[in-house]
Ligand binder design. Structure first.
Ligand code: LLP
Length: 410
């Protein structure tokens, strides 16, 4: 997104014009930025046999999935519905990595019947899998490395109190189950969390994964999950993927040599691929001054962007319809009947009722975590691709709220 010729634009398209055409609130995604991020990762790890498995959960719109497929991404999914969406978008089963957590075993059986790669994170499930499939269907194992990492406790998944992964201290049990049933282990996986700034976390994971890998002779890949941090505000430290690329590629290639075979190196980025490509455009309903502060109330809220309330996440906010005005301090809030502060004490160019505000970094975990709370409708989504704005999801209508309700006579 750039400020050019007096307006905020994506690929030359004026965002205010977009709000006139498609209304607000509106999610807008820049396809160029998404492709750029994918290429950045592929370049950073070019000297290893890297495969990028885009974490669909960050933004599941079919057109975004199709875009990523077209530009050479595979996909990481966590539910049977995400498997189905990925297949609908055209991914081959072999490109789909399914990492469920706590799902019913029947869902795993369904995923096997579709032919996707299965990644298991529980000993009892591994045992059931072995009893059912023996050596006929390989699977990968998600390990819990007992590493605390990530920007927030809620999104840290590799520590010892996390529900994710099989503890590395349970390796003897893993070996025993694998040997008993002759399971072919085709991959090892660790995902320690989201918003990881230090390359060291990935290098520590590498040490663990490489030492465990020697016990498993049928491996095809090692998966380092994700957690690459992007910049949410000026001065934010981000993961230096080029530095990580150099260091990890070197140790991965050395490991492959000692293992005796070239394996694939996998990552499953969500935020890194789509966060910065997305903006949420909203309209100011009210400006409300109290003796202490001035609120800006917009036609959106935690129902459309839950990250500020859920993780204390910071999303930069810009008043794009009054860009030259003097700056004042505001607290931007939603229209939900709960405290839904989207940004406190923000310096914005003077906000008037009717102004359009833009939230940055709204591509990842924005729409995909949205809800109908307060019986509000979900926004429309637009992708800007090849200089054209394409509607990729219609704004919900009142009928969508009624669709599955069964109205009984009372
Ligand atoms: N792989 C696995 C197994 C994951 O659980 C996740 C994210 C990813 C990959 C992608 O991680 P990323 O590249 O996006 O950091 N809703 C939170 C983030 C939750 C992440 C859940 N798992 C947020 O908005 O910050």
């Amino acid at each position: 997104m750039e400020f050019q010729q007096g307006a905020y634009r994506i690929q030359g398209i004026d965002l205010i014009e977009l709000t006139k055409e498609f209304g607000t609130p509106l999610y807008v995604y820049d396809a160029d930025k998404i492709v750029h991020q994918l290429k950045t990762l592929k370049t950073a790890f070019a000297d290893s046999n890297v495969k990028i498995k885009y974490a669909a959960k960050a933004l599941t719109n079919l057109s975004i999935l199709k875009l990523l497929k077209k530009f050479g991404s595979d996909v990481d999914v966590v539910s049977i519905q995400e498997v189905q969406l990925a297949m609908r978008a055209g991914f081959e089963p072999s490109q789909i990595m399914y990492t469920p957590s706590g799902v019913d075993f029947s869902e795993i059986v369904e995923a096997v019947s579709l032919g996707v790669t299965i990644n298991l994170d529980n000993l009892s499930v591994l045992r059931k899998f072995g009893e059912k499939y023996k050596d006929t269907y390989p699977c990968s194992i998600r390990l819990n490395p007992h590493i605390m990492a990530g920007g927030n406790y809620k999104i840290s998944t590799g520590h010892s109190n996390s529900k994710f992964g099989i503890s590395i201290y349970q390796l003897p049990e893993i070996r025993e189950v694998v040997a008993t049933h002759g399971i072919k282990i085709n991959g090892l996986h660790i995902h320690t969390g989201s918003d990881i700034t230090e390359s060291d976390v990935f290098l520590k994971m590498a040490d663990i994964l490489f030492s465990v890998a020697r016990d498993f002779r049928d491996l095809r890949f090692i998966d380092f999950g994700s957690g690459f941090k992007v910049s949410y505000k000026e001065g934010d430290i981000v993961t230096n993927v080029y530095d990580l690329g150099l260091k990890l590629t070197k140790s991965f290639n050395e490991f492959c040599q000692s293992y005796g075979r070239k394996l694939e190196l996998h990552f499953e980025p969500g935020k890194f691929i789509v966060s910065e490509a997305g903006v949420l455009l909203v309209r100011t309903n009210v400006v409300k001054s109290t003796p202490d502060l001035t609120f800006v109330g917009v036609n959106s809220g935690l129902n459309h962007l839950i990250r500020p309330m859920m993780y204390d996440a910071y999303h930069d906010i810009v008043n794009i319809s009054n860009p030259k005005a003097e700056q004042k301090t505001y607290t931007v809030v939603g229209y939900i009947c709960e405290t839904d502060t989207l940004g406190a004490d923000r310096k914005l160019n003077e906000v008037r009722e009717g102004d359009i505000l833009l939230f940055k970094n709204a591509g990842a975990y924005g729409f995909s975590m949205s809800s109908n709370y307060n019986s509000r409708l979900k926004p429309a989504e637009v992708m800007i691709y090849n200089g054209k704005a394409m509607l990729i999801r219609e704004r919900e209508k009142f009928d969508d709220l009624l669709r599955n309700q069964v109205e009984v006579d009372i």
